[in-house]
Design a protein around this ligand. Structure first.
Ligand code: NDP
Length: 244
């Protein structure tokens, strides 16, 4: 990974921030993107990165024009992206489908599906023309099994699974790899975001079991990214031992 360029969306917290650490420790150069720029600044200070080792992008992946312009305006020394980690994502609510909030649906679909598609569409052509690259999508166990109230979130992660498989088919014949890393419960800000900032409700999600940590997921992402070039890990499901 030394001097490879790794682009991580949703790097301002949780799994994305943990990926930043593991790749930085291995000598990668990081493009870190999220909406909360101050959190990205805190992260690079915490990781003690030199200015030449990171590039920050305040970016809302839902906005196609912004994604296009952010990627096309990358300085030339940052434009040859080796690994794209499509991690930005969220869940909103656990409401029954027929009672849910439309805004919640739009946020999930626009971020988890369309945001991931925009990033992929603008970055993969460069990988194909350079003949090297790896797209790692953070899916979820929710893309494999649906739980009560999970309806639309699970739908978005099932879409991520299909999109990862479809992209892999489209890239056959090129050396660009595609991997989906699909975790079960990970303790991050995810539950707090899901419940619109209700911390007490969020904490209850993790009661009675030891969830995965963001570092557990980052280790798997790193493992996938560092296999020999002829090895593509298509899909990894990692679960807390106690989760059904
Ligand atoms: P966090 O809430 O800790 O992190 C989510 C990240 O996504 C934040 O950095 C946030 O940054 C970013 N993000 C959200 N919306 C946007 C947007 N529109 N544009 C750019 N960045 C955005 O949760 P996790 O680390 O847990 O989530 C990371 C991924 O892991 C998600 O795709 C999630 O679905 C998936 N996942 C999580 C599981 C869990 O149990 N936690 C289980 C399985 C999968 P900012 O707000 O600054 O923009």
């Amino acid at each position: 990974m030394n001097n490879k360029i790794v682009f991580i969306t949703g790097a301002s917290s949780g799994i994305g921030a943990a990926c930043a650490k593991v790749f930085a420790d291995a000598g990668a150069k990081l493009i870190l993107a999220a909406r909360r720029n101050e959190r990205l600044q805190e992260l690079v200070e915490k990781l003690n990165l030199k200015p030449s080792e990171f590039y920050l992008l305040e970016l809302d992946v839902r906005d196609r024009k912004t994604v296009e312009s952010a990627i096309s305006s990358l300085p030339s020394e940052w434009s040859a992206i080796d690994v794209l980690i499509n991690n930005a994502g969220l869940s909103r609510g656990l409401d029954k489908l027929y009672q849910a909030d439309f805004q919640d649906w739009e946020e999930m679909i626009d971020t988890n599906i369309k945001g991931l598609l925009y990033m992929t569409r603008y970055i993969v052509p460069g990988m194909v023309s350079r003949g090297t690259g790896h797209v790692i999508n953070i899916g979820s166990i929710a893309g494999h099994q649906t739980y009560p109230g999970g309806n639309v979130y699970c739908g978005t992660k099932a879409a991520v699974k299909s999109i990862s498989e479809g992209l892999k088919q489209d890239l056959l014949g090129s050396p660009v790899r595609v991997t989906s890393v699909d975790p079960g419960l990970v303790e991050t800000e995810f539950s707090e975001v899901r419940f619109h900032g209700d911390r007490d409700r969020a904490k209850k999600v993790y009661q009675g079991m030891t969830p995965l940590t963001p570092d557990d997921v980052a280790d798997v992402v790193f493992f996938c990214a560092t296999r020999p070039i002829h090895v593509n890990i298509n899909d990894v499901i990692l679960m807390p031992t106690e989760q059904a």
